[in-house]
Ligand binder design. Structure first.
Ligand code: NAI
Length: 336
């Protein structure tokens, strides 16, 4: 079992006297910067000139150019999108790194795919929250935590381990638990969910919708059943409260039998082959190469795929149910 670190296992003093720099003030950047400040540190914020910079100023930070913070900081958190990190790192960060600096990533992507050349005497760590930025902040403000994965490169720069854990504590993660992991493991669990789990669920939802419409059902009734009622979310919450299978007891006996007896049918050999293929594409770097090329080409496939998605009749049906959607999304603020 992975080693799990909680608040009492971690000493934040290792960060005292080290200048913490944060590059990026977006989803994770804003949340982590505010949490680190509320944990008693004075992070320096770096951002290019855009709306995020103005948000940081509104929150009371002085915002600096990225190369300035790269020069000043001893511990530098890279909280900009993974796909822009290699260029920003190459142009504005790497020329300013000094021996014993520590670079902290919030995902394993660029370390695992080796897109960033790291000097031997710079520590490389990962503190990857398993939580969206907004909730990283909300939970912290309410005295709660969230899980995160931590990792460090084995380059003999030992303080990196203590710094990774101290940062995990400063952002509030060790209130729940920081799991010792690796850059590779973070990439595998993240991309595999993105390429198998979520698209599998989305595709099944679309097939469910299409078949029921063909069978004469009303699109708006089906859309409500599918996700707009909020039952989907309640089932996911019940999985946490009662267990992955334990929540089945909240459904009728007919439902329980239907689900358990038909579950294995949903995994024919073709699906199992696709699961293997996705894992191979992710771990070999084939997907990374495809995605890098797509970005270099100006994302033509991404645009086509988006268009195809939003042209689906489910989206039209959803639009007709806008009032219902707003009420379910925010029951206390909306009225029918
Ligand atoms: P984001 O999309 O919110 O990033 C926006 C920030 O990046 C802004 O500060 C913007 O000024 C800056 N930025 C964008 N393009 C730039 C460029 N070309 N040059 C300089 N700055 C640029 O990023 P997000 O989602 O917070 O992701 C940051 C890191 O956190 C990534 O490594 C991601 O994998 C990781 N992560 C994200 C999670 C999430 O909830 N979004 C969850 C866990 C990890």
């Amino acid at each position: 079992m992975a080693k799990i670190y909680c608040n009492d296992d971690v000493d934040m003093n290792v960060l005292k006297g080290r200048k913490i720099g944060i590059v990026g003030y977006g989803n994770q950047g804003r949340a982590q910067t505010l949490n680190i400040r509320d944990s008693g540190f004075e992070p320096m914020v770096a951002n290019r000139d855009d709306d995020y910079k103005h948000k940081a100023i509104e929150d009371g930070f002085e915002v600096h150019p990225i190369d300035h913070v790269a020069k000043e900081a001893d511990v530098l958190l890279l909280l900009i999108p993974d796909e822009v990190q290699p260029q920003v790192y190459h142009d504005q960060i790497s020329p300013h790194l000094k021996a014993h600096d520590v670079l902290c990533f919030a995902s394993g992507y660029n370390v695992y795919y080796n897109t960033i050349e790291r000097p031997q005497d710079v520590g490389v760590i990962m503190v990857a929250p398993r939580m969206i930025g907004k909730a990283v902040r909300n939970l912290y403000e309410n005295g709660l935590g969230f899980p995160c994965l931590v990792a460090w490169e084995q380059n003999g720069h030992n303080p990196s381990i203590a710094i990774a854990l101290a940062l995990a504590k400063a952002i509030g993660a060790t209130r729940l638990g920081a799991f010792e992991s690796s850059f590779k493991e973070e990439v595998l669990i993240d991309l595999f969910a993105e390429q198998i789990l979520w698209p599998g669920i989305i595709k099944l939802c679309l097939l469910y919708f299409e078949k029921l419409i063909k069978s004469g059902c009303d699109p708006e009734v089906v859309t409500t059943e599918l996700h707009l009622s909020g039952e989907f979310v309640e089932i996911a919450k019940a999985m946490i409260t009662h267990g992955f299978f334990g929540q089945l007891k909240l459904h009728s006996q007919t439902s329980q039998y239907g689900q358990l007896s038909r579950m294995d049918r949903m995994a024919p050999p073709e699906l199992l082959a696709n699961i293997d293929r996705a894992m191979e594409e992710i771990s070999s770097g084939q997907f990374h190469a495809e995605w890098s090329k797509e970005q270099k080409d100006g994302k033509p496939n991404m645009r086509r795929l988006w268009q195809q998605a939003i042209d689906h009749p489910l989206v039209q049906s959803e639009a007709k149910l806008e009032t219902l959607r707003k009420i379910v999304a925010d029951p206390y603020d909306s009225r029918c």
